[in-house]
Design a protein around this ligand. Structure first.
Ligand code: AMP
Length: 341
């Protein structure tokens, strides 16, 4: 029996429940403190405990996963160095693991989004250039840690100094900051699945995030809001969303352009889940500030299906289930090479 594995965090419950429902043996890599939590769920057949997720690259741990297919998610990118993922991991990965570097590196990320003809926020190469509201970001996928706003060089320097003093940004991270135009509008996260077996793109679901402190600003009077120069954007949860139907044709074409661009720039291109993350501005244009080249945690909302999967399937279909189905189909067709790296 084929095994499906993942890291114990992010969307592990969705992935392994779906894998079990689809008839796979399920395997979880957990750190010590979460072993008890994951042990509550009967659909997890085996839990391998490590001190830190990075240990997945150690040979004796890899041996335990060798006949499984590993589903990558945000925790793999955030906690396992990418060169280890690319070079040392021999466990077959569902999806294109080389796309993860393009997600983590903001310069590569912008290159791919532009190649896909998506509109992106203006980038400022130095604090001297800031002439409008900007959002300043750290590298990597850590759910908005250390983001701050600035509207000129002085406010940039003041906020950065404060965040370093508070230990939220490390001094050595200062050179890696990415300064991006702050786009005013409604943030939307589009969850896609591209099947290389069918050469077909599906819109699986859409969410918006619930972020502290930024989403709590409206709960205090304006006089107190004035003191919040650096609200955090730490993700706490997600809300489901449906878009105006008239926006959907463009949502599909953006996803298709992304798949084509990824095939031109990153080997096998996008495989399985990916997410385009952006803001609809006042003209109703989608300005894309991020992509994720793997499953995002917003899909956890739709473990029982979404309004969009319901249009294409006569059964509840989650992203996790869609992944498990693709793997099963690839095994039947003997085409695993199309979906693994
Ligand atoms: P991220 O971790 O990059 O997905 O962004 C975290 C949050 O920051 C998002 O949910 C948005 O609310 C906000 N955000 C990021 N980039 C921008 C931008 N360029 N303009 C406006 N809001 C942004």
């Amino acid at each position: 029996m084929m095994k499906i594995s993942t890291l114990g965090s992010h969307c592990a419950l969705q992935l392994l429940k779906s894998a079990k429902d689809e008839g796979f043996h399920t395997l979880l890599l957990s750190d010590r403190k979460r072993k008890g939590f994951y042990g509550r769920f009967k659909f997890i057949d085996e839990i391998i405990v490590v001190d830190k997720f990075e240990d997945i690259a150690r040979e004796e741990i890899q041996d335990k996963f060798k006949d499984s297919i590993l589903i990558p998610h945000g925790t793999l990118i955030a906690q396992v160095p990418l060169d280890k993922v690319e070079r040392d991991l021999k466990i077959p990965i569902f999806g294109n693991k080389y796309l993860l570097r393009w997600e983590a590196d903001r310069t590569l990320k912008e290159k791919l989004l532009l190649e896909a003809k998506l509109k992106v926020p203006k980038r400022f190469s130095s604090p001297d250039e800031i002439d409008s509201l900007v959002i300043v970001k750290l590298p990597g996928a850590e759910g908005g840690r250390g983001y701050f706003l600035a509207y000129n060089k002085e406010s940039f320097e003041r906020n950065l100094k404060n965040l370093i003093k508070r230990g939220i940004i490390k001094k050595e991270e200062e050179d890696k900051l990415y300064i991006q135009e702050y786009v005013l509008g409604t943030p939307v996260f589009l969850h896609y699945f591209y099947s290389p077996l069918k050469d077909e793109l599906e819109l699986i679901s859409i969410d918006r995030r619930y972020e502290t402190i930024v989403d709590s600003i409206g709960r205090i009077p304006a006089t107190y809001q004035k003191n919040l120069d650096y609200p955090s954007y730490l993700v706490i949860g997600n809300f489901p969303l449906v878009l105006r139907e008239s926006l959907l044709p463009e949502v599909y074409s953006m996803g298709e352009e992304f798949v084509k661009a990824s095939k031109r720039l990153v080997g096998k291109g996008a495989i399985g889940p990916f997410c385009l993350e952006g803001v609809y501005n006042e003209k109703g244009e989608f300005i894309c500030f991020e992509f994720s080249g793997r499953i995002v945690a917003g899909t956890n909302l739709f473990i029982d299906g979404s309004p969009y999967t319901w249009l294409n399937y006569d059964e509840p279909m989650s992203m996790g289930k869609r992944i498990a189905r693709e793997i099963r189909r690839a095994i039947e067709l003997k085409e695993l090479d199309k979906i693994l790296t």
